[in-house]
Design a binder for this molecule. Sequence first.
Ligand code: NAD
Ligand code: TYD
Length: 339
Amino acid sequence: MTIIVTGGAGFIGSNFIFYMLKKHPEYRIVCLDKLTYAGNLSTLKSVMKSPNFRFVKLDICDREGVYKLFEEEKPDMVVNFAAESHVDRSIENPSVFLETNILGTGVLMDGCRKYGIKRYHQVSTDEVYGDLPLDRPDLFFTEETPLHTSSPYSSSKAGADLLVLSYFRTYSLPVTISRCSNNYGPYHFPEKLIPLMIANCLNDKPLPVYGEGKNVRDWLYVEDHCKAIDLILSKGKVGEVYNVGGHNEKRNIDIVKLICKELGKSEDLITFVTDRKGHDMRYAIDPAKIHNELGWLPETKFDDGIKKTIEWYLENRDWWEEIISGEYQNYYEKMYGNR
Ligand code: NAD
Ligand code: TYD
């Protein structure tokens, strides 16, 4: 079994590679990644020399390069994590989101059609469903919830999902899609809420909470997401969408306060800043389908997962300090300087 994993030098893709190499040592994993600002080769250093692992620096939009790799590797499956993934960046510059997230997905699926494939899996997000109101805790996203996006990021992911489903209907390409809630865990890029707050806390810098911090996200430990994808690859039905989430809703402000508490820092570091444009209020997944049909259940409780994550950032300061000392500083100044 050869699996091409795109975007494997990023947060979830790298965790998926570690999980798969351990769980299925007989598989060959080929990581294809453009190494954008979000991709780090150092993340993959522990597996770089494994005989059943190969890294290829490549853009998923590069049709010739992608076809050449398919010809060489003859993959059985492709799991597509590669994407521009940050909502705030999509508000600043939408075009690269359309290129990578939609056109890149099309190139990968054309490769799958041309060279044959047992499965193409698209890693999508609950953000394609838009948001839920705070005063209706009884509402959840199911796979039947209409797509209703808010940001250029979520719109590009929804566009990709529709394209994937069209390749199933039109060409019978064996596809599956997972739509997961917010992940957290090791190797999470420090532009995102949890790692940003951990890094700022450790550096005694202000903790920028958007608006009033009442927005709710449904958090899942990254390894539980990886397990769900592995299960969908082996037992999922082609043409189907699976929502992935663990009923773990938290307000942003409560997450930030918890991080302060765990790190022994004062809540005085919290600074309320101008809200994100079009900010989604609440995400909440109904995971009944993947539970009932594939037997998936999240295993890591939030209290344990967040402790493990903070521990990881404490023990791996080199990894994130290197990131935040480079180009990230310009990004941070642009996003937060006058906010
Ligand atoms: P990330 O930003 O940490 O990593 C993205 C990776 O994709 C990077 O390694 C980057 O170099 C690579 N990449 C970007 N453009 C590329 C291109 N054109 N060609 C090849 N590689 C390219 O993202 P993440 O948080 O790991 O998310 C991975 C996937 O999971 C994305 O598709 C995202 O939409 C989805 N997702 C993320 C979350 C979350 O909470 N982070 C939740 C649900 C779904
Ligand atoms: P983020 O990690 O960017 O994920 P997403 O927007 O895809 O859910 O943000 C999570 C929540 O945290 C979101 O409601 C925006 C908020 N947020 C802040 O309040 N401050 C920040 O500095 C960041 C990055 C996010």
